[in-house]
Design a protein. Structure first.
Length: 131
């Protein structure tokens, strides 16, 4: 069942990646967070996962805040504007998030395809054993 475990770990990792992307898009205009300052784009880091039997898969090693600068917009009436009237917006690019979402979706689909192929091979092997 090792190939099924590998595909399942890939599916779980890509699902988390999609959740982080959705969070980034939802906070693309958030100028105030509990930590202070604008929202920072989150990125996900994957690593190899080994179980006790030595089988590998993928896991989420962590979610990191992108240290890149946000964009500044002149809006003197905004409650988060500085003394010069500029508001720092999050460093989230809708275009970049959509590209990442397409990549995550494709990776998710690839893991489903591999899982279905594995299930089909197991089913055929069982059919051969019945003959």
């Amino acid at each position: 069942m090792d190939p099924i475990d590998v595909s399942a770990s890939g599916l779980a990792a890509q699902r988390q990646r999609l959740e982080v992307i959705a969070q980034n898009i939802a906070n693309a205009e958030t100028t105030r967070t509990p930590e202070g300052g604008p929202y920072r784009r989150q990125t996900i880091v994957f690593s190899e996962a080994l179980d006790s039997a030595g089988n590998s898969g993928v896991e989420v090693a962590g979610v990191l805040a992108d240290p890149g600068p946000g964009r500044k917009v002149h809006e003197p009436g905004h409650p988060d504007a500085d003394a010069e009237g500029y508001v720092e917006l999050p460093n989230v690019s809708a275009v970049e998030e959509m590209v990442d979402m397409i990549g995550a979706t494709r990776a998710y689909e690839a893991n489903i395809t591999a899982l279905n192929a594995t299930k089909s091979m197991i089913r055929k092997a069982l059919d051969i054993g019945r003959e």
